[in-house]
Design a protein around this ligand. Structure first.
Ligand code: MG
Ligand code: MG
Length: 252
């Protein structure tokens, strides 16, 4: 069923979304355990893909729009859509991992950033603030609120801390397609935008930069970086709107 172009999932469909989310949640733990100085991002891609397939899911991103891997791995000034390769993870890196899985035709989508080995206070604060800004957004994801309430909550958390909020890449509805209506920006005005209803599923995903919010795309045509080369972090969860707030599907 659609409401204003936004899909409202049936109970059976929501169960598939839950399972796609649960598998990603478990596989994220496996992936985190594999991240250490010396590992390559291609090896991390294999770890995640093997784990979701073992659990009966298939990759969400592989082949989508032509993307060549199961996960996205983005280092430091890279914001999103980095392609796994033989690049070696090193102490002092911020690594952002964007991951997804499909179960019975339904997608889940999640991302997290972590500091590898020894990182600076500035890096740690950026990562923590991005995680917290996602929580602030999720806190407004409830039936009767509007998309703008999520957007405004993320912005109200991140902006006073001085971070640049990425504008060109935003959260989204999710279900049979990875990217569905509505767009869920990480900036906006409370009370505006589409009404949130029980049975809607959204991916909320703030990306915060130490410097400018402006972005650029690298020569590979995929990797999005900060325009000024400053560090970036990214957190994302797929959530379901219930009668009782948001149910987070992709994290415990
Ligand atoms: Mg994602
Ligand atoms: Mg997403």
């Amino acid at each position: 069923m659609k409401h204003s172009g936004i899909t409202i999932k049936s109970v059976r469909e929501l169960d598939s979304m839950r399972e796609a989310g649960r598998i990603v949640s478990v596989a994220k733990v496996k992936l985190s355990e594999a991240i250490e100085p010396g590992v390559t991002t291609a090896e991390l891609d294999s770890v995640f893909e093997a784990e979701i397939r073992r659990q009966g899911a298939v990759p969400s991103f592989l082949g989508l729009y032509g993307f060549p891997a199961t996960i996205c791995t983005s280092f430091n000034e890279e914001i999103v859509h980095g392609i796994p390769s033989d690049r070696v993870v090193q102490s002092g890196d911020i690594l952002s991992l964007d991951v997804g899985a499909v179960v019975e035709g339904f997608h889940s989508d999640s991302a997290f950033s972590l500091g590898v080995g020894e990182i600076t206070e500035e890096q740690r604060k950026l990562i923590d603030a991005t995680r917290e800004s996602l929580k602030a957004g999720i806190g407004q994801a409830k039936a009767g609120n509007r998309v703008g309430d999520i957007s405004a909550a993320v912005q109200a958390y991140a902006e006073p801390l001085g971070y640049g909020i990425v504008r060109q890449y935003v959260g989204h509805g999710i279900g049979r397609d990875l990217h569905e209506d509505p767009q869920v920006p990480n900036f906006g005005i409370a009370g505006r935008g589409p009404l949130l209803r029980e049975g809607m599923t959204l991916a909320i995903e703030p990306m915060l930069n130490l410097g400018t919010w402006k972005t650029a795309v690298m020569e590979d045509g995929w990797t999005v970086v900060t325009a000024d080369g400053s560090l970036s972090a990214h957190f994302e969860d797929t959530i379901m709107i219930t009668s009782n707030g948001a149910e987070v599907l992709t994290s415990p």
